[in-house]
Design a protein around this ligand. Structure first.
Ligand SMILES: O=P(O)(O)OC[C@H]1O[C@H](OP(=O)(O)OP(=O)(O)O)[C@H](O)[C@@H]1O
Ligand SMILES: O=c1cc[nH]c(=O)[nH]1
Ligand SMILES: [Mg+2]
Length: 211
């Protein structure tokens, strides 16, 4: 597994407002969307392309286009939905699959409650989006499923990560074709499995609910 922390002043600026407890849901949603665009720019650096011949008004030339099979974008419900639009804006040809997963707030174990994805992902590049990588349980389970279905290149985009989650992913997904792209690696997890300083519960902040 490879880790890429996007070290950019615009990412740091937007993340700071995102973290601020005074930021309301509409602003949180807008910032999450803007951050995805910045992270996706890095995360899609190795997206597969193929050559294409075109004519400009001036001359014939050769360019590239996103290749087939199409990349698959998988948001992990609920909070990952806040990153979907930004991702498909950058990858217009992408197909979208869905994974519904929720973490038991006592045991911190991830449970899958919905799966809507192609059965066969052989040879596919997959971009998983979920704002928070905390213990890593959710993303590890999600990525295992994608690899079991044949995905040969998986990139996870997270707004924030905890060092504990990054270590768990490195341990559990070692040797696998997996990249994690994140806006920051925070200090630690607290006793409730929340990222510190973090931003609280991403799903609640996106959708205005209170856990
Ligand atoms: O790394 P982990 O310890 O597994 O935790 C991270 C997961 O927790 C959050 O989802 P949550 O379970 O709160 O579901 P929600 O998106 O429906 O709020 C978050 O969006 C991740 O999916
Ligand atoms: O800090 C955290 C940890 C898990 N899920 C969240 O939404 N926030
Ligand atoms: Mg939540």
């Amino acid at each position: 597994m490879r880790l890429h922390v996007v070290d950019h002043p615009l990412v740091a600026h937007k993340l700071t407002t995102l973290r601020d407890e005074r930021t309301d849901s509409p602003t949180f949603r807008r910032l999450a969307d803007e951050l995805v665009t910045l992270l996706a720019y890095e995360a899609t650096r190795d997206v597969r392309t193929e050559q294409v011949d075109i004519r400009t008004p001036v001359a014939a030339t050769t360019g590239v286009r996103l290749s087939h099979p199409r990349p698959l974008v998988v948001p992990i419900l609920r909070a990952g939905l806040g990153m979907l639009d930004g991702m498909v804006r950058l990858l217009p040809t992408a197909e979208v699959g869905f994974l519904g997963m929720v973490r038991d707030e006592q045991t911190l174990e991830a449970r899958t409650y919905a799966t809507r994805m192609p059965e066969d992902l052989s040879g596919r590049q997959v971009y998983v989006v979920d704002p928070m990588l905390a213990t890593g349980g959710t993303l590890i389970a999600a990525i295992r499923l994608l690899i079991e279905r044949g995905a040969d290149d998986v990139t996870a985009l997270c707004l924030l990560a905890a060092p504990e989650g990054v270590k768990a992913m490195e341990r559990e997904l070692s040797g696998q074709p997996v990249t994690v792209v994140t806006g920051a690696v925070d200090e630690r997890l607290n006793e409730n499995g929340f990222i510190v300083p973090g931003l609280g519960d991403a799903g609640d902040r996106l959708y205005g609910t209170v856990s």
